[in-house]
Ligand binder design. Structure first.
Ligand SMILES: [Zn+2]
Ligand SMILES: [Zn+2]
Length: 152
């Protein structure tokens, strides 16, 4: 079943409504309740139908916040694609508990020879100092959000 067919499937329509009801028909990012709402998958699980997610795994977003979420994903993928720190990339991918990212970055999926570049760590180490409970991957994500001014 392709994506277009899944979108029209009654089980997705049901799941979608459940998520919107659960969030009180508001954008969970900006709180808007007078905008068109989308139900967003922050992560895709390999082989799962789009409705085979718990409510907690889905987000209700207004069209503007939804667009931002996808743009952020794209930026992160681009950053990961050029990141020379193998450890950081692998930890980040592991934290996502998904292979979706690696599929988009074949170089990373296949690589065993990423060079460890200490320069990549400086700002990450700083973030970890300020937020001791964060994992490296979280710090990486946090830095990405900051770089594009989306951290709030
Ligand atoms: Zn919003
Ligand atoms: Zn989405």
């Amino acid at each position: 079943m392709n994506y277009q067919q899944q979108i029209k499937h009654p089980l997705w329509q049901k799941k979608r409504l459940e998520v919107l009801e659960d969030r009180g028909f508001r954008c969970q990012e900006c709180g808007a309740n007078d905008e068109e709402l989308h139900v967003h998958h922050p992560l895709y699980k390999r082989g799962a139908m789009i409705w085979e997610y718990t409510k907690e795994e889905l987000e209700s977003l207004c069209h503007r916040c939804h667009k931002n979420a996808h743009e952020l994903d794209e930026k992160i993928k681009k950053e990961l694609a050029v990141c020379k720190s193998k450890r950081l990339v692998l930890e980040y991918i592991r934290s996502l508990n998904t292979v979706a990212v690696t599929q988009d970055i074949p170089a990373i999926a296949a690589s065993d020879d990423y060079v460890k570049d200490e320069g990549d760590y400086e700002d990450i180490e700083q973030i970890l100092k300020e937020h001791p409970s964060m994992s490296h991957a979280d710090a990486f994500f946090y830095r990405m959000k900051h770089l594009m001014g989306g951290a709030e």
